[in-house]
Design a protein around this ligand. Structure first.
Ligand SMILES: Nc1ncnc2c1ncn2[C@@H]1O[C@H](COP(=O)(O)OP(=O)(O)OP(=O)(O)O)[C@@H](O)[C@H]1O
Ligand SMILES: [Mg+2]
Length: 378
């Protein structure tokens, strides 16, 4: 029996990545286009499970296939130092000869105190950037003859590591200015990214090419489901496939969940049937509720939850006036909660005076779990 091809876990690359051609092409063009190409600094943003990490993985593969060296990290405090001391040092050991390495060790010793020299003042303010920079300079010089460069990939950018991001931005910006073969690609949740772009030290990131990863087109979802099923030796009919596509709501995480649970309904049969898909969707909706909605809702205040519960009464987008009425509050009060929930990425404005849930199946989750308890008096 063939094993299940789908990957319903965060951070794991799917069997077939779909709907991200524009993003991949932009990065590919920028690597080939030389220093100064627009997407040499690129930022991906989007809600939980939209495929930021999967896309970063694909970008890293694309860079490696072009002979580029890749430094891949998740942003945490201390990440700049880790890139300087661990990643760049290891890459230098692989790609430079002994003489260069010795010169480099001496150079970074002077950066860290004993030395001094004319650039001392600058290095004092950016001690990590100084070692990042000297290592990145050596590395890019060592690999320049073979026409390759260094891609720095940063996942989960977040304000908690703002100092590191400043050091990294500073270094990469400098490398760009010197015409080095360096590229930076980063990803984060919309609220985290907005937070950072408001920091004027990160003007550099604000100028990066920005892509918001949204839902994937239905035809792509169909391919992402059919091809892995077929290449693992089973079939899926057109009706079952349309049902599955519908069930995913074109949300990448659900593409993997629905594929996985539909396959799993009867792994021994030669075909994934509509019945399997129905069972698969039901399980997937429960999983996404448990893995995504439950944690997102748990940190909300009682009023926030009441607002969402009041929305869940509607089958589609909700009018703000109606929500205020259901909650028994005035429009100004309701609009404050609207803003908070938009900032928390749980709801989004759709058309004039209306809001809708950002993620699929939140409505169903609330109807099943929270609606009755949350709709108490404010
Ligand atoms: N373009 C895509 N096509 C098919 N499946 C995808 C695609 N992008 C992501 N997936 C799948 O969706 C799931 C979630 O993807 P990923 O972990 O990259 O999301 P994320 O945006 O990084 O989430 P988080 O905000 O939690 O870090 C994974 O199982 C991944 O394999
Ligand atoms: Mg991720």
């Amino acid at each position: 029996m063939a094993s299940n091809p789908f990957t319903p876990s965060f951070g794991v690359s799917p069997p077939l990545l779909v709907g991200r051609d524009a993003e991949l092409e932009a990065v590919a063009e920028s690597l080939d286009g030389g220093p100064g190409s627009p997407a040499r600094a690129t930022l991906f943003t989007g809600v939980r499970g939209c495929g930021k990490t999967a896309l970063l993985n694909a970008v890293e593969d694309l860079a490696r296939n072009r002979g580029w060296l890749v430094v891949s990290e998740t942003v945490r405090p201390g990440v700049a130092q880790r890139i300087a001391d661990t990643h760049l040092t290891a890459l230098l050991a692989q790609h430079t000869d002994e003489a260069v390495r010795r010169r480099l060790t001496q150079a970074s010793a002077s950066v860290f105190g004993v030395g001094g020299g004319v650039t001392r003042h600058h290095e004092d303010r950016h001690p990590v950037a100084a070692s990042l920079r000297s290592r990145l300079d050596e590395l890019t010089e060592a690999i320049a003859p073979r026409g390759s460069g260094v891609l720095i990939s940063l996942d989960e950018v977040h304000r908690s590591a703002i100092t590191d991001l400043r050091e990294l931005a500073h270094t990469v910006q400098h490398a760009f200015r010197e015409g080095r073969e360096v590229a930076l690609v980063a990803a984060g949740l919309p609220s985290a990214v907005t937070d950072l772009l408001n920091d004027d030290v990160l003007t550099f990131l604000r100028r990066a090419e920005r892509f918001t990863l949204g839902k994937v087109p239905a035809s792509d979802v169909a391919r992402a489901l059919r091809e892995p099923i077929e290449s693992s030796g089973r079939a899926i009919g057109d009706d079952a496939l349309s049902l599955a596509v519908e069930g995913t709501q074109r949300y990448p995480f659900l593409v993997q969940l629905v594929g996985f649970h539909s396959w799993r309904a009867d792994p021994g049969s030669t075909e994934v049937t509509a019945e399997h898909v129905r069972e698969g969707i039901e399980r997937s909706v429960r999983r996404v509720g448990h893995l995504v909605h439950e944690p997102a809702l748990s940190s909300l205040s009682a009023v926030d939850k009441s607002f969402l519960a009041a929305m869940a009464v509607d089958d589609g987008p909700s009018a703000m006036g109606v929500i205020a009425q259901r909650l028994g509050v005035d429009a100004t009060y309701a609009s404050q909660y609207r803003l908070r929930l938009i900032a928390a990425e749980l709801i989004e404005p759709v058309g004039h005076g209306k809001v809708d849930f950002t993620l699929p199946y939140v409505r169903d989750y609330l109807r099943e779990h929270a609606a009755t308890e949350a709709l108490g008096p404010l």
